[in-house]
Design a protein around this ligand. Sequence first.
Ligand code: ZN
Length: 238
Amino acid sequence: MKLLESTWEEVDAYLKKSDILIIPVGAIEQHGPMAPIGTDVIAAEEVAERIGKKLSILVAPTITTGYVDPDFLRFKGTLCIRLETFCNLLEDFLVSYSKQGFKKFVIVNTHETQRDPIKRISERVCINNGVKILAFEYWNLLKEEFKSFIKSELIHACEDEISILLETRPELVKKDRIVDEMPLEAKLDYFIYPLPEGYATKSGVMGIPSLATREKGKMILDLVMEKAAVLIKKEFDA
Ligand SMILES: [Zn+2]
């Protein structure tokens, strides 16, 4: 059940049975020459909707305008809102819905840079509004499971993300445009900006998307649905 497709009376009826709301949080950013700018949004919505269906939980409108590394503005179509804007937006979502009776939120995040801001805002909203918030990224939730079928280091626009697209929206993947490109320094142990040469890639890909398959995408989506369902039942008594 999607909030955007519900009437206010239906949301009211839902709230009499449940106080849980799933919020998908994506980002609008380049994903290499082969995948759409909305890749994170598509993945967040897919994961959220599958969990929503499995546990009969309402899914909120997606926060599509995530916080993106400004370095990606080199790539046309990427949208970079200020960190404060993202934090304010997330806080307003949570506070608005908490005032209407939603007391438990599941945040499905698909963009790593948002992990820490989501934690910080969630802490504040929980303290100030007496709600519970459970937030996760599928790649963190499935670290153990990934060892058996994900063969490359996951950074950006790579094996996992393209696999999910191949399962959900295969028509959006330009297979003849898939390139593998790794940054010279995948991880820095210190902060420096602008990023040193060799950190960012020319294509926007940071990983090995040629390893992506539809089967892996299905496995990721099935696994995250099962694992998140167990987690939600445990933490929220759903
Ligand atoms: Zn992504």
